[in-house]
Every structure is written in structure tokens, then in C-alpha cells.
Design a protein around this ligand. Structure first.
Ligand SMILES: CC(C)(COP(=O)(O)OP(=O)(O)OC[C@H]1O[C@@H](n2cnc3c(N)ncnc32)[C@H](O)[C@@H]1OP(=O)(O)O)[C@@H](O)C(=O)NCCC(=O)NCCS
Length: 141
């Protein structure tokens, strides 16, 4: 399959990407942080870490990385259902990890929801390991 990776472009990609995320089940939870203004805010910081996979001009996958200067985060790894198990998810992970490393990121995290545990072997095969600790969150707005 002819797959290319490129940076996310807000104007053309945003509606398509939101549609894909909304069809990804419990693995991708579309929240306030995915509103247009929040995604635009994110792009001012890490434009190179929002990566799109494309096949014949069609968006078929995404990954959204972040780097805070110490740790990396990976969000919204998603592949269009009809294109799964062809290596696209692996390509996106490899690329975002390489870009984080080039930025000087030594360690990255990602979250897997309790409803999506079956995806854990996908990450383990690619060198990720589960960290046994509590994850706490707080809405600041
Ligand atoms: C997870 C996801 C991105 C993988 O994309 P992909 O293009 O199919 O990934 P690849 O083809 O590179 O790798 C597929 C491998 O992962 C395994 N895998 C991926 N998702 C899986 C799942 N939900 N359950 C079991 N195995 C899964 C496949 O069995 C396959 O195994 P193999 O390497 O032994 O053949 C895709 O399934 C997806 O978009 N899922 C919905 C969103 C999601 O859950 N994202 C992760 C958020 S933490």
C-alpha cells in the first residue's frame, strides 16, 4: 500500500480527522481539547508532532504527539477501520517516536482506556511497557 506521512494541516484536515476520531470507539475519546480552537492552540506548540497518514490523497490515520521539554505524550493514534492491520499504526508510532527523540525527549507516555485494553499488545510489541501507577487528572477550566 502506498502510504505517506505528512504534517496535519488544519483547514483541510480538521473535519476529516474529527470524523475519524469519532468513529474509533473507546480508544479515542473526542473531548473539549479537540475543539477547533484547542487544536489550533496545540499546533502553535508542536506542529511537527501532529502526523497524518495518507493513501491516495485520503487521510487514513493520525497521531498527535506533545513534548513539554521533559516528557513526551502521545494522543489519538487512529487508523481508518478499512486500513487497519496493514502497518499504518506502526508507521505513525515509529515516526512520532523518532520526532520526539530528535527534539530531545527521553521518555514518552500514552494512555489506554480501560475499555480498550486489547490494544496493549500492539504497544508492547513496539517496546512500550505498562507502568503500574495511578493516573490523576483535574479539569482546570
Ligand atoms: C490501534 C490502531 C491504531 C492500530 O493500527 P493498525 O494500522 O491496525 O496497526 P498496525 O497494522 O501497525 O499493527 C497491527 C497490529 O496491532 C494489533 N492490534 C491493533 N489494535 C488491536 C486491537 N484493538 N486488538 C488487538 N490487536 C490489535 C493487530 O492485531 C496487529 O498485530 P500484529 O502486529 O501482530 O499483526 C488501530 O487499531 C485503531 O485505530 N484502533 C482504534 C483507535 C485506538 O484504539 N487507538 C489507540 C488508542 S490508545
Amino acid at each position: 500500500m502506498d502510504i505517506s506521512l505528512r504534517a496535519f494541516r488544519f483547514e483541510q484536515d480538521y473535519p476529516v480527522v474529527i470524523d475519524l476520531w469519532n468513529r474509533c470507539g473507546p480508544g479515542v475519546q473526542v473531548r473539549k481539547s479537540d475543539d477547533p480552537e484547542e487544536i489550533q492552540k496545540k499546533l502553535t506548540r508542536d506542529p511537527d508532532l501532529f502526523i497524518i497518514a495518507e493513501h491516495q490523497g485520503r487521510v487514513i490515520g493520525t497521531v498527535l504527539g506533545g513534548f513539554d521539554g521533559r516528557r513526551g505524550m502521545i494522543y489519538h493514534l487512529a487508523v481508518e477501520p478499512g486500513f487497519r492491520v496493514h502497518g499504518v499504526g506502526g508507521m505513525l508510532m515509529q515516526e512520532v517516536e523518532a520526532r520526539l527523540l530528535r527534539r530531545g525527549c527521553l521518555k514518552a507516555y500514552l494512555l489506554v482506556t480501560n475499555e480498550n485494553e486489547e490494544v496493549i499488545p500492539f504497544y508492547e510489541k513496539r517496546g512500550w511497557s505498562e507502568m503500574k501507577m495511578h493516573m490523576l487528572g483535574k479539569n482546570l477550566s
